[in-house]
Design a protein around this ligand. Structure first.
Ligand SMILES: Nc1nc2c(ncn2[C@@H]2O[C@H](COP(=O)(O)OP(=O)(O)OP(=O)(O)O)[C@@H](O)[C@H]2O)c(=O)[nH]1
Ligand SMILES: [Mg+2]
Length: 198
């Protein structure tokens, strides 16, 4: 099978309530991660479309569930950008709206093929570990990606990998991705192709 190539991506919907969710018609992959970890930037990088998902200087930029329809050299799929978790400055009342929305999303998407979980390659927090535990119980494939790889020099990679594994309590190595340099993009696309096949 030829390597996955992304031809184009199109914004489809921004949903703040369950009623607004699109009908599941094609395979879907969701992106989760802490606020500001680089979810929206990762989407833009993977689909070669700067400015498609809105990127924020301050955490909490994405507050709704956003659906992006992606055309490939194979079948199309839906990439779903979720609001970030674990950002203290977002008022509790807003966080409390998110949790049920995200839960409802995972419970209702029958075409969901997997979850891309992003963690900051420089530091794992308790909220990441909690999220990973929560996502694991969904029984879906999880792809672990360490973002902002451009911040970790090559010489410090092994140490960073160990810290990430310890912090998350996992054995497998995350894939390092930089939305700025494109490092790791082909690997992530390769893993995405595997998720979509399953
Ligand atoms: N150095 C570096 N910075 C990055 C990278 N990816 C994203 N950033 C920066 O990190 C910040 C947050 O990026 P977003 O893509 O908005 O992160 P997000 O996870 O979507 O954030 P929320 O929507 O708030 O949950 C922005 O200032 C980005 O420019 C990267 O690969 N390297
Ligand atoms: Mg975002």
């Amino acid at each position: 099978m030829p390597a996955l190539k992304i031809h184009s991506a199109e914004f489809k919907a921004s949903c703040g309530t369950v009623e607004q969710f699109l009908k599941p018609t094609i395979p879907e992959v969701a992106i989760v991660g802490r606020s500001n970890v680089g979810k929206s930037s990762a989407i833009n990088c993977l689909v070669n479309h700067k400015g498609l998902a809105k990127v924020g200087k301050t955490p909490g930029k994405t507050q709704t569930i956003n659906f992006f329809h992606v055309q490939t050299n194979g079948s199309p799929f839906m990439l779903v950008d979720l609001p970030g978790y674990g950002f203290a400055k977002v008022p509790d009342r807003v966080q409390q709206q998110w949790a049920p929305l995200i839960e409802a999303f995972f419970q209702s998407r029958k075409n969901l093929r997997g979850v891309i979980m992003l963690v900051d390659s420089r530091r794992v927090q308790d909220s990441d570990r909690d999220m990973l535990v929560w996502v694991s119980q969904l029984q879906l494939p999880i792809m672990l990606v360490a973002t902002k790889a451009d911040k970790i020099p090559r010489g410090k990679r092994q140490g960073a990998i160990r810290e990430l594994q310890e912090g998350l309590g996992v054995d497998h190595e995350p894939t390092f991705l930089s939305a700025y340099t494109g490092e790791g993009k082909q690997q992530v696309l390769g893993q995405l192709q595997d998720l979509l096949k399953s």
